[in-house]
Write a protein that binds this ligand. Structure first.
Ligand code: GCB
Length: 601
């Protein structure tokens, strides 16, 4: 039998062997590049036993019978369509709980191209394992349901009848991230935009800009930059322009590897929730030019305070899943983002916890425009295989993809590395290494994790809840999820409780809450009633407010969300009811309790 290490080596060889044609290059800021959208109707072939990629006639070859006696046992042409982006579960009733592989096919002709251009297929997200093939050749594989990836197709692109076939497999597995069980719906398929991106032969694939916090108090503030290029013919110099600051500066480009540079600014306005100032920034390198809208700010944890641009700030937040409850689908449009951010603003929020996985890029960009601070995380959630080095590598890769995508967004201030995980040696080693890895990629943001209290006893008998998880050492913020009043204990029991932390760090309550069915009215002792939830919010807020060093709050959760774990008839019917707003968009009583609390903060 193979041990884990040799499986890991084989897995690596497999990935190398299957990426011969395509190049897996991270391309950021795709919205501001030249591209052809490949969204819309795609033909599909169902592959419940996950065998379509095997044998002499794999589905990605797109075989057609040559004559009337030929045998081909699949076919896209007369098949049904799936809309991209979107989860397949909501598109056909028979796919509601489908977990397995689906092959998607899109055909298209070559865009009007000028010589010397390169083309990449870019997928915003596909849940969970993806195989990308083009004109019958496998370009590569991607794992992880919420982060973007791309493969080059330049050398395979034909004038007519190109076919892109993408296999997406959402089967749950113990060594996935998330693992087998999670409290949200397993939306399968190509859930975010697909683009055919056109770039020059040497191009800017990514760049990282941040404000140097040591210059925060100076009149002339420094922006630190890093530029990454892909291609053979690197220019000797590149240029950054911020017209509003009358800035146009050239810098030398390294012969290989990324190039670091810094620029001094005058009159820079800082980005904040009160003034979400974004600058038009342009980078030019050789034949490539890319523009972006970027805000500059600093974020620090000093003593027990979270400090934005040198000033303490209280995070008035709420948790959120990346779902449009009205459409019952994964969110994938600017309208989806506007819907939920509109509700969050009405609640009085300046902060959102984007739980429990990377949300669509459009919401992060909208938060930049609206001045909403964000917490982002990976689904390092229940049941993760902490002792499996492959899983750690997957976590690093998915984290790198999220940081590569969102590094330039001022709104993102926290990377959270795990949710409610028990402190055992394997987990501590895994998350400790991950924390170091994230800091090596991005030391401009704060690290956190939703931590458990030292004693997890039913009935919550302790009057003092203590937090001494050694992982906190690696973090900037202590975040805690506490459901006293819902899971064990009555809401009134909150009155006798207090909190103690073994570390001098700011504290965020990253979850608390309870379920209520919108429109069900009863007395405050009756579970599932709006009054029960309202009562629980009043009691919980009073309890958490006493925490010394409380720097923010993100109750669970803004809107009811789909979850196969929640099957109580007539109450849940497949929905987690802890939302302050129902899946139809109606506010529950507790919404106004939190709104009132935030007004007073
Ligand atoms: C939690 C989890 C969250 C669940 C929530 C609940 O602690 O972090 O994913 O949905 O509780 O509703 O039980």
């Amino acid at each position: 039998m193979l041990n884990r290490k040799s499986t890991f080596v084989l897995f690596g060889l497999f990935l190398m062997a299957t990426s011969i044609f395509g190049q897996d290059v991270f391309i950021s800021n795709t919205e501001n590049r030249n591209f052809t959208s490949l969204n819309g109707k795609w033909k599909f072939v169902l592959d419940p036993f996950q065998t379509g990629g095997m044998g002499g006639m794999p589905v990605y070859k797109n075989y057609q019978p040559k004559d009337k006696s030929d045998r081909v046992e699949y076919g896209f042409d007369n098949g049904k369509n799936l809309w991209v982006p979107g989860s397949w579960n909501i598109q056909y009733p028979e796919l509601t709980y489908f977990e397995g592989n689906v092959w998607y096919r899109k055909t298209f002709d070559k865009p009007d191209r000028t010589e010397g251009k390169r083309y990449f297929v870019h997928i915003g997200a596909a849940n969970y394992k993806t195989t990308v093939s083009f004109n019958g050749e496998i370009l590569g594989h991607h794992e992880g349901g919420f982060t973007p990836f791309s493969f080059e197709v330049t050398d395979l692109l034909k004038e007519k009848d190109n076919f892109l076939i993408v296999g997406v497999d959402n089967a749950r597995a113990a060594d996935n991230i998330p693992s087998k069980v999670s409290d949200w719906f397993n939306h399968g398929g190509i859930t975010r935009d697909v683009k055919l991106i056109e770039v020059p032969s040497t191009f800017i694939n990514n760049y990282f800009l941040s404000l140097d916090k040591s210059t925060l108090k100076q009149r002339s503030k420094t922006i630190q930059g890093k530029l990454e290029l892909v291609g053979e013919n690197r220019p000797k110099t590149a240029r950054i322009l911020i017209p509003e600051l009358k800035l146009n500066q050239e810098f030398e480009v390294n012969a290989d590897g990324p190039t670091e540079f810094s620029i001094n600014t005058k009159g820079l306005e800082l980005w904040s929730p009160k003034n979400p100032k974004l600058y038009e920034v342009t980078l030019v390198a050789g034949n490539d030019t890319i523009g972006d809208q970027i805000g500059f700010r600093t974020i620090e944890a000093i003593g027990k305070q979270i400090v934005l641009n040198g000033e303490p700030i209280f995070l008035k937040g709420i948790c959120l899943h990346d779902e449009n409850p009205l459409r019952k689908d994964r969110a994938n449009s600017i309208e989806d983002a506007e819907l939920v951010l509109g509700w969050a603003q009405e609640l009085g929020c300046n902060f959102l916890r984007l739980a429990h996985y990377p949300h669509q890029e459009k919401i992060v960009r909208l938060a930049d425009k609206l001045g909403i601070l964000l917490w982002e995380e990976l689904p390092l959630y229940w049941g993760i295989q902490w002792d499996n080095p492959e899983v750690l590598e997957k976590a690093k890769k998915q984290y790198a993809e999220m940081i590569n995508r969102d590094y330039n967004r001022a709104s993102t201030i926290i990377w959270s590395i795990a949710n409610e995980t028990a402190s055992i040696p394997d987990r501590n080693a895994f998350l400790g290494e991950l924390a170091d890895y994230i800091r090596s990629m991005d030391d401009t943001r704060l690290l956190s994790a939703a931590i458990k209290k030292d004693q997890e006893l039913d009935g919550h008998p302790d009057s003092v809840y203590t937090y001494n998880d050694p992982l906190i050492e690696k973090l900037d913020i202590i975040s805690l999820n506490e459901y006293l009043g819902w899971y064990g204990g009555a809401p009134e029991e909150t009155r006798g409780k207090s909190f103690e932390f073994g570390f001098e760090k700011p504290v965020i309550v990253s979850e608390f809450g309870g379920g209520a069915l919108q429109g069900y009215y009863a007395d405050k002792q009756t579970r599932w009633s709006e009054e029960f939830q309202e009562h629980l919010y009043k009691e919980s807020l009073a309890m958490f407010d006493k925490i010394d060093g409380l720097s923010g709050m993100a109750p669970w959760i803004l809107v009811d969300f789909m979850s196969p774990l929640r099957q109580l008839p007539d109450v849940q019917d497949g929905w987690n009811r802890k939302g302050l707003i129902s899946e139809k968009g109606q506010k529950k009583k507790a919404f106004f309790v939190l709104q009132d609390y935030y007004k007073k903060k």
